[in-house]
Design a protein around this ligand. Structure first.
Ligand SMILES: NC(=O)C1=CN([C@@H]2O[C@H](COP(=O)(O)OP(=O)(O)OC[C@H]3O[C@@H](n4cnc5c(N)ncnc54)[C@H](O)[C@@H]3O)[C@@H](O)[C@H]2O)[C@@H](O)CC1
Ligand SMILES: [K+]
Length: 524
């Protein structure tokens, strides 16, 4: 499913109204009816009381339709206007004029105190205060009303997006409604799916308000929910070479975990042959943890990290691999970072750079741009700041935009890790991944991701789909681990151990609750 920006949504609305001649009133009617259907399913309308809060734009107009529907379906309703009634225009104005003639109570709110009784005695609240037109921090009466809604303990349905959440970024502008259900219109907005906005929306539904399919799926909409295709079936005649060969260049004194997690995750995610080039003195200890890995001992610096003398041999070995992973636990030692810079430019196969490798290339970005084979970068927010040259708050404010810019600039596939990781392609496509959980924010989790991505590529997916699939399977593994052991105290080993089950579940069919969660909003 595609995910759109506010500007794209407006363009779709305009197209439907101007080119397809669907009156704005019909779009608004569809939005309102779908929302009322959710209200009826979740709370029940007949015999129930509702408070509908309407702001001064079309989001408020949708609220008027819901109020009319509640009344006609046997519920009772009070509509609170947070804006001057003279402000409404177009379809919102039409619907306001209609409900003025209906036997429902319509209150122009001047004090938040006025809502106390209705809120206390209602069965549900409809939030039609602010939608995609939010353009400044929420303050004054709007803020006080939203705070009271959040403190009420009542079930809340938000129309389009919880009021106060920025539709383009998921940021909360001052204060935002905490909804139990959201019905979003046309397509989900970026702000419905990115944190913290996502967490405010509750159960998310989408109503296409009769937009034709080609309008919802057009290639010009670059963001989508991550639903990668299946991994090709395993050839019964497979041998370890045909399931992919990956080389991990990783490790330095005292960093035993990262290289092992990375190299083992490749095998646990179904990859064939995992080689780990690490400082020679570390290998006996690492062999205890991963006997299935083939070790390639490397010369060391005085600090116990990879020395630059390894360059030629590493390059020669790299060129025979399906993919090379560079970075986990390499350390920030100067000589090793210089080695990384040289390898990055010359490795002639797909190269995934993570961890200390990303730090090394942040000051050598021209080496990435000079690469002939594809590059994959897997930064967290801090590393993204380093490679994009933007501050962390700027990235938070515009995660998708910064990702698109940086992926195009570096001609790299970039996984921006975090809750709902984003996968950005050099051509501007972005996938929003919905698998995974907060327990995965743990040391070594990112190392497991590197091998999982490499394994998907080794088993035959095209590179862009392999990256998307790796991110998805990594999250699924974390979710299965959380269901079995809980989120608290989850470690990278847990994610690693659940990879085979994740692969099996992905092939055999996911449990219904996970399938729904990963598919994104339910279509009404
Ligand atoms: N054809 C369409 O355009 C459709 C639009 N729909 C609805 O229309 C909404 C967008 O409508 P609008 O563009 O009118 O925008 P909104 O209804 O989101 O609100 C815009 C109004 O709120 C004010 N505002 C913005 N930020 C504020 C703040 N922080 N505090 C107080 N007031 C603030 C603006 O000045 C403006 O008057 C969508 O979210 C959706 O609910 C649906 O009816 C479907 C069809
Ligand atoms: K809203």
């Amino acid at each position: 499913m595609r995910v759109c920006s506010v500007r794209e949504m407006r363009a779709m609305d305009r197209y439907a109204i101007e080119k397809l001649a669907i009156p704005e009133e019909i779009l608004m009617e569809n939005a309102g009816l779908a929302s009322a259907a959710v209200l009826n399913r979740e709370i029940g309308i007949p015999g129930r009381r509702f408070a509908v809060f309407c702001g001064g734009g079309n989001n408020g107009g949708d609220g008027f339709v819901v109020a009319r529907k509640i009344l006609s379906d046997g519920g009772s309703v009070t509509v609170f206007l947070l804006s001057d009634p003279e402000k409404f225009q177009g379809a919102a104005r039409t619907n306001l004029e209609i409900i003025k003639r209906l036997p429902l109570s319509l209150v122009r709110l001047d004090s938040p105190e006025r809502i106390r009784g209705d809120v206390a005695h209602c069965h549900g609240i409809v939030d039609a205060i602010l939608g995609t037109g939010l353009d400044r921090p929420v303050g004054g009466l709007f803020k006080e009303v939203i705070e009271r809604i959040n403190a009420s303990g009542k079930k809340v349905l938000s129309l389009d997006i919880p009021s106060g959440v920025n539709g383009d970024t998921g940021e909360i502008l001052g204060v935002a409604v905490r909804a139990d259900y959201t019905v979003t219109f046309g397509l989900p907005k970026i702000g419905n799916l990115l944190y913290p906005g996502f967490a405010r929306g509750g159960k998310l539904h989408v109503c296409h308000i009769t937009f034709p399919p080609d309008l919802q799926t057009g290639e010009s909409i670059r963001v989508r929910i991550n639903t990668p295709p299946p991994v090709p079936p395993r050839d019964p005649d497979a041998h370890k070479g045909s399931m992919g060969e990956a080389l991990f260049i990783a490790g330095a004194a005292n960093y035993f975990g990262a290289p092992c997690f990375a190299a083992l995750s490749f095998l646990k995610a179904g990859g064939g042959y995992s080689r780990l080039a690490a400082p020679a003195s570390m290998i006996p200890a690492m062999a205890q943890r991963g006997g299935e890995i083939v070790f390639v001992p490397q010369r060391e610096t005085a600090a116990g990290s990879l020395s630059e003398e390894n360059f030629e041999a590493l390059l020669a070995l790299s060129s025979t691999m399906d993919m090379v992973v560079l970075g986990p636990g390499l350390s920030l030692e100067g000589e090793t970072q210089a080695l990384v810079g040289r390898l990055v430019r010359d490795i002639p196969v797909p190269l995934l750079i993570d961890g200390d490798g990303l730090t090394a290339i942040a000051s050598r970005l021209e080496q990435i741009r000079a690469r002939k084979a594809p590059t994959i970068l897997t930064p967290h927010l801090g590393e993204m700041a380093r490679i994009s040259g933007k501050g962390i708050p700027d990235i938070r404010r515009n995660r998708i935009g910064v990702l698109q810019e940086t992926a195009a600039d570096l001609r790299a596939l970039i996984v921006l890790k975090g809750a709902h990781s984003l996968i950005g392609m050099p051509d501007g496509r972005v996938s929003v991944n919905l698998s995974g959980n907060a327990g995965m924010a743990t040391a070594g989790s990112g190392d497991v991701l590197t091998g999982t991505i490499a394994a998907m590529y080794g088993q035959g997916l095209p590179l862009d789909e392999a990256v998307c699939k790796g991110v998805f399977i990594h999250g699924l593994s974390g979710d299965l681990a959380a269901e079995s052991r809980g989120e608290d105290g989850m470690t990278a080993s847990d994610i690693l151990e659940f990879l085979p089950e994740a692969r099996r579940a992905d092939r055999a069919g996911l449990p219904e609750h996970l399938r729904r969660r990963y598919a994104g909003p339910e279509v009404l």
